[in-house]
Write a protein that binds this ligand. Sequence first.
Ligand SMILES: *[C@@H]1O[C@H](CO)[C@@H](O)[C@H](O)[C@H]1NC(C)=O
Length: 186
Amino acid sequence: MKAYSNLLLTLLLPLVSSQVFHWGPCPQPPVQQNFDLHRYLGKWFEIEKLPASFERGKCIEANYSVRADGTIKVFNSQLWRGKVRTVEGTAVVQDIREPAKLGVSFSYLTPYSPYWVLYTDYVSMAMVYSCTDILRLFHVDFAWILSRTRTLPPATISSAKVTFTSNNIDISKMIPTDQQGCDKQR
Ligand SMILES: *[C@@H]1O[C@H](CO)[C@@H](O)[C@H](O)[C@H]1NC(C)=O
């Protein structure tokens, strides 16, 4: 019974906590070829995202680093209701043949969520996609446009959106993240 209710919770949580779900299985976009995790480490700022209810604040950023034990630390922070909120998680490469397909978990209680790097040049921007199939009937997905700085040229953002769309990812609900006034408030 416990296992059953845990399964149910895992299945239903994405539904109640996100506004973005679509019929049909997850799209299978191509990911960054020859992905080099070490060049990807460090600080990234969130420029736009498909709404995720766990990220309601502003000044959202992530810092990826290698822990002493070799695991990848994910350190996310955001400013919400005037306070800096942080959360630490772990990223893993689930299949070394596909290094751009990471999994990220923020608690040992929750399974690893997909974190696919669709594209990155490592030095300026990255496109990340996360999609979970639910009973193969529908899927819940998240998408992020990340930048090494708090802003990106509008042309870069539009071209990222064209790439998402051409890979059958519906980013019509994507919204910009407020990255203004962040440095003075910290
Ligand atoms: C990212 O995290 C690592 C490890 O905690 C830390 O040493 C580094 O200074 C952080 N980088 C930035 C830009 O905050």
